[in-house]
Write a protein that binds this ligand. Structure first.
Ligand code: IMP
Length: 210
């Protein structure tokens, strides 16, 4: 399984997945390149959304599909924005990266406004990855990762994407946007989930049931 369709068009996520999977000789093909439209993400849990996206991409492309669903869960907001992280502020048409950056800016502004005067700044990023060998795969691989940090009021750093400039890691004394992509991938929610997926794929190969 060397070519996998990925059910995401988010350039930040695609870059991170590509960097992490390239050493394994796995090429990920964005679903847009195969004419697969974005699936709905109507569910209340990350895992249901990821499964829906993977099935949709596999059904339309006829290829094994890889989907992740992720977000930032803020303790003082009872876990919000959570599954609503991508469009927390409001809806904008999917499209160019300029629009995505605008959406990120609005999301961050809303988050910081909601946390004004709030002492409890704990938050974590969550990521679940689903790998479906086919649309009706009865045993999709499902792995997850969590990355704990704190939301700060003023942005720091320019790398990463989304909420990264406001996501502060006490152990690094930096935000996620101040880490190099290697540093982020080694510890992030997505990096943890992907490491678990790679371990599961290796295990499946050893068992001969890939
Ligand atoms: P998804 O495409 O539905 O999984 O939406 C994930 C959203 O959560 C992104 O658009 C970001 O707003 C946020 N998010 C997830 N992972 C990260 C990350 O590593 N850094 C910053 N924001 C993230």
């Amino acid at each position: 399984m060397k070519r996998i369709v990925i059910a995401s068009n988010n350039p930040g996520k695609l870059r991170e997945f590509r960097e992490m999977l390239a050493p394994l000789g796995i090429e990920i093909v964005p679903q847009a390149a195969l004419g697969v439209p974005e699936a709905d993400e109507p569910h209340a849990t990350f895992v249901e959304n990821a499964l829906a996206k993977a099935r949709h991409a596999s059904r339309i492309s006829g290829m094994p599909a890889f989907a992740d669903d992720s977000g930032i869960c803020v303790a003082a907001l009872s876990g919000e924005p959570g599954v609503h992280s991508a469009r927390f502020a409001n809806d904008v048409p999917a499209g160019a990266s300029r629009e995505r950056e605008d959406q990120d800016r609005r999301n961050n502004a809303k988050l910081i406004a909601l946390l004004k005067g709030q002492a409890d700044r704990r938050a974590h990023y969550y990521c679940v990855i689903v790998l479906a060998r086919r649309a009706d795969d009865p045993e999709p691989l499902i792995v997850e990762g969590r990355w704990h940090g704190e939301v700060i009021d003023a942005p720091r750093g320019t790398s990463g994407f989304g909420y990264d400039p406001y996501f502060y890691l006490p152990e690094f004394r930096r935000t996620a946007a101040e880490l190099s992509s290697e540093e982020k991938n080694a510890v992030s929610h997505r990096g943890q989930a992907l490491a678990a997926l790679i371990a599961r794929l290796r295990e499946a190969r050893v068992m001969g049931n890939e």
